[in-house]
Design a binder for this molecule. Structure first.
Ligand code: P1T
Length: 387
């Protein structure tokens, strides 16, 4: 069981980011957690081992990451996976054929694809609901509903779910409330404080922060639920390698330094874009024009670096995507470097066109991930690309 160390929660966020889950390595006292490149562990004697038997079940580098991120989210347990998508897939193994999951209608395209193209065939049922409105969530409930899974803010439309309101509904039905906290990170939003049961991340994004690995992690409070997830992690085996865990763990050490910069760059770029293309075309929860700005202020302490912009047509979007010089045209987000992308043909290409149109993921929508470069350079890039 990957329990955090008892004193990890007594310190503030930045100290936890650097220290939580980590102890000096016992052989030489190396201050940095080694990359434990091993598939198995030697037993001291028949029936006696040090708590490690086989690296799919447990790896000390992975454990350090799990404990670290658990401490940042304010959770008791963490379970790392080979990708954010593998994490979602493994979480769904908590359920069985015939169970119904309510999913936020706007989620990462790969999450929708996993549900719609694979897990549906295995007998899980999904409804896609506009979780901005708690009434819609309540109406979607069925006798076999076992969980609500949503992103807040969503990818790419930056829509929010009132986590506390969703928790009240889910818990009234004895179901699990699962939040994808990838966009906000625990630095700006801690869903457990509002009643979430499982919080997960694509660690590929802000937690790693350097665009050099793929991973996922699920955090939980409840011991019995943790035991079930640990069983799945080992039994299904979608685990990350130790070096990827090490890279993510190196990333979390500076999360509290990077996030304020993503946030201040995000605010400046969003405000500037609102002047250039009109505030009604810029989607950023930190702008007063965002329809859920008040909720954003209530459940988030910052708004991060993700911005979407509606440019009207695919041609106009293409012009901007081809013109940026610092914002690189690529999928993914949350790294120190700024990226720009076209959700309809990239991250959400697996969502059928009519569904995309219904949601508002248009051909003219582009998405920016503001990195931590000097903001004047980002503004100049936006100016020359959008004007
Ligand atoms: O790529 P992977 O580590 O499997 O994570 C999937 C995932 C889960 N949740 C959210 C909110 C995500 O944004 C992602 C992955 N997203 C991208 C690759 C992207 O560019 O949006």
């Amino acid at each position: 069981m990957t329990r955090i160390f008892d004193n990890d929660l007594d310190t503030s966020f930045g100290t936890r980011a650097i220290h939580a889950g980590q102890r000096p390595e016992p052989l030489a006292g190396a201050i940095m957690t080694p990359v434990y490149l091993t598939s198995t562990y030697v037993h001291d004697a028949f029936g006696q081992h040090k708590g490690y038997e086989y690296a799919r079940s447990k790896n000390p580098t992975r454990e350090a990451l799990e404990r670290n991120v658990a401490a940042l989210e304010g959770a008791r347990h963490g379970f790392a996976f080979a990708s954010g998508t593998a994490c979602v897939d493994s979480m769904m193994k908590l359920f069985k054929a015939g169970d119904h999951v309510i999913c936020g209608e706007n989620v990462y395209g790969g999450t929708f694809r996993l549900f719609d193209r694979l897990l549906k065939n295995l007998g899980l049922c999904f409804s896609y609901v506009d979780t901005r409105d708690p009434e819609r969530i309540a109406e979607a409930w069925m006798p076999n509903t076992v969980a609500l899974l949503a992103e807040t803010p969503t990818n790419p439309l930056m829509r929010l779910t009132d986590i506390a309101a969703a928790a009240e509904i889910a818990h009234g039905h004895n179901a699990l409330l699962i939040f994808d906290n990838t966009f906000a990170t625990p630095f700006f939003q801690r869903p457990f404080e509002f009643g979430a049961d499982i919080v997960f991340h694509s660690t590929t994004k802000y937690l790693n922060g350097h665009s050099d690995m793929i991973g996922g992690i699920a955090l939980v409070q409840d011991d019995a639920l943790a035991e079930r997830l640990q069983f799945i992690q080992n039994a299904a085996g979608a685990v990350p390698g130790p070096f990827d865990c090490w890279l993510a763990l190196r990333g979390t050490k500076t999360l509290h330094l990077r996030m304020p910069r993503h946030d201040s760059n995000g605010r400046r770029v969003a405000t500037f874009l609102a002047e250039l293309v009109g505030e009604e075309n810029v989607i950023y929860p930190g702008l007063e024009s965002h329809p859920q700005h008040e909720l954003a202020k209530r459940q988030m302490t910052g708004f991060g670096g993700m911005i979407s912009v509606e440019l009207g047509t695919r041609e106009r979007a293409g012009e901007v995507l081809n013109r940026t010089r610092i914002f690189s045209l690529a999928e993914s987000l949350g790294g120190v470097e700024s990226l720009i992308s076209h959700p309809a043909s990239m991250t959400h290409a697996s969502v059928p066109p009519e569904r995309r149109a219904q949601l508002g993921i248009t051909e003219g929508l582009i998405r920016l991930s503001c990195g931590v470069e000097d903001v004047e350079d980002l503004l100049a890039d936006v100016q020359q690309a959008f004007s």
